[in-house]
Design a protein around this ligand. Sequence first.
Ligand code: S3P
Length: 429
Amino acid sequence: MKPIKLDFNARALRGNLSMPGDKSISHRAIILGSIANGTTTVKNFLPAKDCLRTLEVFRCLGVQIVQDNYTVTIDGKGIAGLVEPDKPLYFGNSGTTARLMLGLLSGLPFFTTVYGDQSLSQRPMDRVIKPLKMMGASIFGRDSHTRLPLAINGQPLSSITYEMEIESAQVKSAILLAGLYAEGETTVIERIPTRNHTELMLKHFGGSLKTRNNQISIQGKQQLKATQINVPGDFSSAAFFIAGALILQNSQLVIKNIGLNPTRTGMLDVLWQMGAHIQVSDIKETNGERVGNLTIETSNLCGITIDGKLIPRLIDELPIISLIATQAEGQTVIKNAEELRVKETDRIKAVVDVLTTLGASIKETADGMIINGKTTLIGGSVSAYGDHRMAMMIIIASLITKEPIYIDDLSCMNISYPRFIHDLKQIVI
Ligand code: S3P
């Protein structure tokens, strides 16, 4: 592929932006809308590749879904209304589709085969398969039944109490979805809280779910009622513009209608600790999710340590936080983030490779990175590793490099944010 020159000629980022719908919430709206009784309408749906995979999967399972850009209407089939697909289900690059669907399909009374793209086929599925098998699921596949392609022979499931071994909302959600089909009450115990969109949305669909301390329990065999979902803007997408405004001189940016669910906004806590000027305003609640506006100004930042309970609250933001850290005075240490190694690519290796090429002082560790700032970034030829969040981080880096950056591919941004460059151009001055 011919390298693409990134040349935005930006002096500052200024203006107002609204974010496309949240990816995690868009997936869950399609899933729960499809198994609820009645017609669900989803507004500000994210029409990006990953969420469209989930939508297509439910069409293959017999659900009528009409998508008109950002609005989706789902003719819910009820908890027992999905039908056996007549072809393998394709999950593309989407880890969320894969993990959540394994949970759902395990309890349905039919046979399914599922597969994904090259990246998804490398990613671990045993983290969901293990608890699902404890519930009685019958799942077979490659690499001792741990990786896609997989075959699921739907079974009656029994409820379990499961203590999470890794911090993963995808695993938690897969168990809760399987729990909907199981006899009795299924409980998930989390050591560290992860994003809770599944729990909030189940309640919004009228589901009976108990959350106390770090335990979430769901009653099996219950019906869900169709509803309307307004998907908040995606905080993980906003993160790239927040970073750009912080590190590019003379910037001031307002980002409207962003999801501010506390299980997702660890990056804000980190940035405030680093000295960032970011104000939150107009907080409200839509379908159980906190939403608000952010105003961001260029800031002098200092390095910090990011670890422990913070990690699940900012896991997808770590590539862009690493870029910010190159522009902060002193050392930033990222620890306990070994999960980054099993994302769309090994994001520890990818971030260290890209930022080193650009001239940063950054070192890879087993479970994170150590970054020494502040460094001038030069430019050069880099790879996005086929990873949407790497590509967007590299574009933001190109706003501050002395020389141009050449990147191998930008099409991967279609996974979560097809309009990223269009939106960036709105605020570049
Ligand atoms: C997601 C959970 C996180 C996150 C991913 C989306 C979700 O993954 O990284 O982008 O929608 O549940 P893990 O559950 O693997 O941590």
